[in-house]
Design a protein around this ligand. Structure first.
Ligand code: GLA
Length: 735
């Protein structure tokens, strides 16, 4: 095969999609991005998953057959692979939907009723065999990446109520095999994005949050590979993520016939939703994809998809400006003069956005008071925010502000006026976290109040950016005031109202940008990503820890959304001392920000920061919008790591090579780039202007760099270099 054919196979460039049904309407297919997803209706009317993998020919003989019982222990209802199963008829794996009817019946058997196709969307309707309960499954395939967006809606067509106890957005079944491995992401505050790997066995693995928000603990993301067949560059990988910012649950395990089943939706923990006559409940969207080219291509497909379809503005959105944030410098001690002095220093080094963090509002001198009172503290800002914003703008930057709208301190005017607005069970103790309580956003009055306050804040001040924080999880999640059977709607209604506020605010203020934050990376998911422009992925800003944190984040999410700051050394999180150069090289692998105390910097620090920020701007489009190749993993204990970003047109690439720690002499690195145009000649230079490392040729074809690799030495601990590849103009890639 020629190189160009190989490349075409490896990249999600087959930008066409087809959604089709066989002539008899019994096979349904979605084709796109080099991927086929198929399901079929068997003789008894069950909708079965048939195939999910590399693109198949149009005439592929995919037929659903209803199995016989396997044994008395495994009746047909438990061995039929169902695309979306009701909890009934002996099902022993995780259902798509579990309900209780008003008369006590809990048997639900869903069969195919009809389907319709509109463009790239397939809609399939299932219904119970006896009761007027229907489930509508929606599938939309992305032509470029083959990623499928799936969701489900349950509708109660009966006059009597039905209680929904569990509902998945989607369930997936893969061919039986004992060699699947699950990749998932876990963490805690300051230690998010740890990569985990485990065999897929009949013991169910639950990735979940019971916290009311996505949480630091588990990510609603998975990837499944085949042991021995899949790697960074090769082999099948199925991957996906649930676009939901509340309590969620993903389950992964082998069913009673050894087939992996993956499901995901609202967490059934502390959840129920009673559907009255004629009511419906819709799930969030579960996005999932397939590649035959390893974990690297799986994440690049997902990044491409997120940039095009999730992150606001798509590829046309503004590149992330280099921001300054005052939090690590001043904490709550913000004043007009102090912030103005910082702004002057920030402007000199090339900062484009100046963000005032916590402490500017209400009686906020520490974390014990003020949350809920979103009006400026007149002691700290005697003339309001106007003079500071004016100064920041005159210095050529735009202005951003920290808010945490979903929370309240007991010591606040808001709480004194509306003590009933917090989530609580009457007559029970309420747990405070960071001295704060969670407002019950599921209430319409609370939702409207928050929207109104933020709308006014942004209307009355020239604010380009909000950092939207959320610094505790739920405890005692009571919603007094609504009917008892509706109180557990909280889990869903809260998040829907959060989405409403964010989208309405964006609609009213189209220029406003928002950063999602929750004590670092405690609420990152595709739901928040769709309504925010960037994410604060961890409060841990140590540049070495960040390498693994960033590596974990980018398994699932696009680097363009990933904010990374240069802060002070020693780092607050772990006391590690690192050079300013190393801190820049680490943070420049995402969307760059500065969070250091500029009042403590030397002239040399300012000069160096100015040089790095200018250099970053020359490669930021490639870092933020290019394809990321993880060349050497910074896994704990690895001495080195390397990431490689290639621009969409493959005319520029940038390599970040990091030496974590030296042992013995001559730490020789051998780094093999990927994704370059093979026939193009690339000229190399060191980002920031230093000479190329000894022994590196200054120019060669892409094929040379990819095959021969870059071989050079770094010495010391916490050292690094960024090498830029520029296509020579007369050798620019053709396609
Ligand atoms: C959280 C955020 C920090 C900072 C503080 C302010 O911890 O993650 O970046 O904004 O709140 O209180």
């Amino acid at each position: 095969m020629t190189t160009s054919v190989l490349l075409a196979l490896a990249m999600p460039s087959l930008a066409c999609a087809k959604v089709s049904a066989s002539a008899d309407g019994r096979q349904l297919r979605l084709d796109g991005g080099g991927v086929t997803y198929a399901m079929g209706v068997d003789e008894q009317g069950y909708l079965q998953p048939l195939y999910w993998g590399p693109a198949l020919g149009a005439d592929a003989p995919l037929v659903a057959r209803h199995p016989a019982e396997l044994s008395g222990f495994d009746p047909a209802g438990s061995v039929t692979p169902q695309e979306y199963a009701g909890q009934g008829e002996g099902l022993v794996s995780e259902p798509g939907l579990k309900v209780a009817f008003a008369d006590g019946n809990r048997d639900l058997v869903l069969k195919y009723r009809s389907h319709s196709i509109a463009g790239e969307t397939l809609t399939v309707e299932l219904s119970d065999i006896r009761r007027p309960l229907t489930v509508t499954l929606r599938y939309t395939i992305d032509p470029a990446t083959g990623i499928i967006a799936r969701s489900a809606t349950v509708h109660n067509g009966d006059r009597r109520p039905v209680r929904v106890d569990q509902i998945a957005a989607a369930t997936y079944t893969l061919p039986a095999g004992g060699d699947y491995r699950l990749h998932y992401l876990t963490g805690r505050h300051g230690a998010e994005w740890s990569q985990q790997e485990a065999p897929v066995t009949p013991a169910l693995t639950l990735l979940e949050s019971r916290r009311g928000s996505t949480g630091h603990g588990n990510q609603p993301w998975f990837a499944l590979e085949k042991q021995g067949q899949s790697s960074q560059t090769d082999g099948p990988v199925w991957f996906g993520a649930l676009a939901w910012s509340g309590s969620f649950r993903l389950s992964v395990g082998l069913d009673n016939l050894g087939r992996p089943r993956i499901g995901g939706g609202y967490n059934p923990y502390d959840f129920s939703w009673t559907l009255k006559a004629g009511e419906s409940l819709e799930t969030p969207v579960f996005y999932a994809g397939f590649t035959d080219h390893g974990m690297g291509d799986a994440s690049r497909r997902f990044h491409t998809f997120q940039r095009a379809h999730i992150i606001p503005g798509g590829d046309a959105a503004r590149l992330r400006p280099v921001l300054y944030n005052s939090w690590e410098a001043t904490a709550f001690n913000v004043t007009e003069s102090g912030q103005m002095a910082l702004a002057e220093k920030a402007a000199k080094i090339g900062i484009e956005r100046f963000v005032v963090d916590d402490g500017w509002f209400g009686a906020r001198d520490d974390d014990k008071a003020g949350l809920g009172d979103w009006s400026v503290n007149r002691r700290k800002f005697p003339n309001g925010l106007g003079p500071l914003i004016g100064k920041v703008k005159a210095l050529g930057m735009d202005f951003g502000l920290w808010v945490e709208p979903e929370m309240v301190n007991v010591k606040s005017d808001l709480y004194r006026a509306h003590p009933d607005w917090v989530m609580n069970f009457p007559d029970r103790p309420r747990t405070e976290g960071r001295n704060q309580l969670v407002l019950n956003l599921a209430r319409k009055d609370v939702r409207d109040h928050i929207l109104d306050v933020l709308d006014r804040l942004v209307s009355e001040n020239d604010i380009a950016f909000l950092k939207w924080d959320y610094n505790r999880n739920w405890t005692e999640p009571g919603w007094p005031g609504v009917a008892i059977e509706d109180q557990q709607r909280l889990q869903v209604q809260y998040i829907r109202n959060l989405y409403f506020i964010l989208s309405e605010l964006r609609r009213r203020h189209p220029g406003l940008e928002i950063e999602g934050c929750s004590g670092g990376g405690g609420r990152i998911d595709l739901g928040m990503m769709a309504l925010t422009d960037e994410s604060w992925i961890s409060d841990n800003t140590d540049p070495y820890d960040r390498l693994t944190i960033q590596d974990g984040f980018t398994q699932a999410y696009a680097p363009s959304a990933m904010m990374a700051w240069v802060t002070d050394s020693p780092n607050w999180a772990n006391g590690r001392e690192t050079s300013l150069d190393f801190r820049f090289l680490s943070a420049m692998q995402g969307s760059l920000g500065i969070g250091a105390n500029l009042d403590h910097w030397t002239e040399a620090d300012f000069a160096s920061a100015q040089r790095w920020i200018a250099a970053y701007k020359t490669v930021r489009r490639t870092v933020q919008r290019g394809d990321l190749y993880r060349l050497i993993s910074p896994a704990p204990d690895a001495a080195t790591s390397a990431t490689f970003y290639v621009s969409q047109d493959r005319k520029q690439a940038v390599l970040f090579a990091m030496l974590h720690s030296s042992q013995y002499r001559d730490n020789g690195l051998a780094i093999h780039p990927q994704g370059l145009a093979p026939d193009t000649i690339y000229r190399l230079s060191v980002l920031g202007g230093a000479p190329l490392p000894d022994g590196l040729p200054a120019e060669a074809q892409g094929s040379f760099w990819m095959a021969q690799g870059l071989r050079f030495k770094l010495k010391g601990d916490y050292k690094g270099v960024a090498i830029v590849f520029e296509a020579k103009p007369d050798h620019a890639p053709s396609g």
